[in-house]
Ligand binder design. Structure first.
Ligand code: PLP
Length: 375
């Protein structure tokens, strides 16, 4: 059997007619840039997040970058973020000229550790970017309380968490500003790049509207120095067709995760994801932790199973961030997770026998690597 890491064909078939009709209209009207369908999708997505404002942009990376610029982050400022995340969370900080300050994560959720965040705050700290890694929200009550005490803006990196909740509240409405990616493999994915800034702050909203569109207020009136970072109308059509099905697809991801959990339960040497009581997960990624991860990862591939590692190198050990002067050993939890984590195939329409095939092989490999380690 072959089990791909993701397979979105069934998702596409469910919305094909809607997309075809929507695209035909865009092509005939020629409303490619900031067309009415793009504006409508911003409204749909803001409502989905229970937030007042949303602005469509080019990517999740740009969403983060424009959010930071909207609150005037720049050289001399510090922004705190977890050392265990995708590098885009840090790159957007570097792009503003501010310094990314890494902190370690919690072993159970792989999310930023609020105590480490608190300990890293200085006079220069202007913002914190909790990442809802794999689709489970970070500990937002703790993070918001610390941020409030020190007058720090909270920017959610919700790029993996479309639809997940914390104490009943949706990702996107858990901090001051939230950033989403619509990269094709995200749980709400476009047919290309895309992103969204979501906020309840009207000033931020108005500034991001300008920033994404050359800083302009009128056709040739430019109030600030902006960018060209808009969500294409074509992508908005695709996303608007998918959004009504997102909760159903997230439920299907949860069913797959439940099945994985049942089959892998009590398997010595396999740690399955831990879901905190006050949260819901969307399983953008289903990541287990293993000893002998690299060997098992290679062997799974030879069995026809698509597995990936999110992420093998924590940010403080990336060559791109050598200039910050971090050392191996600075963030031991992040380093341990990076050594042990393995992402298993996960997509809404994954079949039960596919999950079973993955688990059978994984269990077999874990056992054989344990006995080979002993002998
Ligand atoms: C995907 C992702 C991003 C970047 O989004 P792009 O749309 O690819 O630019 C940022 N942060 C996290 C946690 C992500 O998973």
């Amino acid at each position: 059997m072959n089990v791909p890491f993701v397979d979105f064909r069934e998702q596409y078939h469910a919305i094909k007619d809607k997309i075809d009709a929507g695209l035909k209209k865009v092509f005939e009207d020629g409303s490619f840039i900031l067309g009415p369908q793009e504006k409508a999708f911003e409204g749909d997505f803001a409502r989905y997040c229970n937030a007042p404002y949303a602005v469509g942009v080019n990517s999740g990376t740009d969403a983060l970058y424009l959010a930071l610029q909207a609150i005037d982050i720049g050289p001399g400022d510090e922004v705190i973020l977890p050392s265990f995340t995708f590098i885009a969370t840090a790159l957007c900080v570097s792009c503003t000229g501010a310094r990314p300050v890494f902190v370690d994560v919690e072993e159970q959720t792989c999310n930023i550790d609020p105590a480490r965040f608190q300990a890293a705050v200085t006079e220069k700290t202007k913002a914190v970017i909790p990442v809802h890694i794999y689709g489970q929200p970070a500990d937002m009550n703790e993070i918001n309380a610390i941020a409030k005490k020190h007058n720090i803006t909270v920017i959610e990196d919700a790029c993996q968490a479309h639809g997940s909740t914390y104490n009943g509240k949706k990702a996107g409405s858990l901090g001051d500003i939230a950033c989403f990616s619509f990269y094709p493999t995200k749980s709400l994915g476009a047919f290309g790049d895309g992103g969204m800034v979501v906020t309840s702050n009207k000033n931020v909203y108005e500034k991001v509207l300008m920033l994404r569109d050359y800083g302009r207020t009128g056709r040739y009136d430019h109030k600030i120095k902006g960018h060209n970072s808009r969500l294409d109308t074509v992508q908005a059509v695709v996303l608007a067709a998918k959004l009504p099905l997102l909760d159903q697809w997230n439920k299907m991801r949860n069913d797959v995760a439940l099945h994985y959990g049942k089959l892998l339960k009590n398997t010595e040497g396999v740690v399955t994801p831990i879901l905190k009581k006050d949260r819901t997960h969307v399983y953008q990624t289903y990541a287990v932790r293993l000893q002998n991860r690299d060997k098992i990862c290679d062997a799974m591939k030879t069995k026809g199973i698509g597995v990936l590692i999110h992420y093998p190198i924590p940010l403080h050990l990336q060559e791109a961030y050598a200039d910050l002067g971090y050392q191996r050993g600075d963030f031991p939890v992040s380093e341990k997770i990076a050594r042990e984590i393995l992402s298993l195939p996960m997509f809404p329409h994954m079949k039960k026998d596919q999950v079973e095939y993955v688990c059978e092989n994984l269990k077999g490999l874990v056992i054989s690597h344990q006995s080979s380690a002993i002998s």
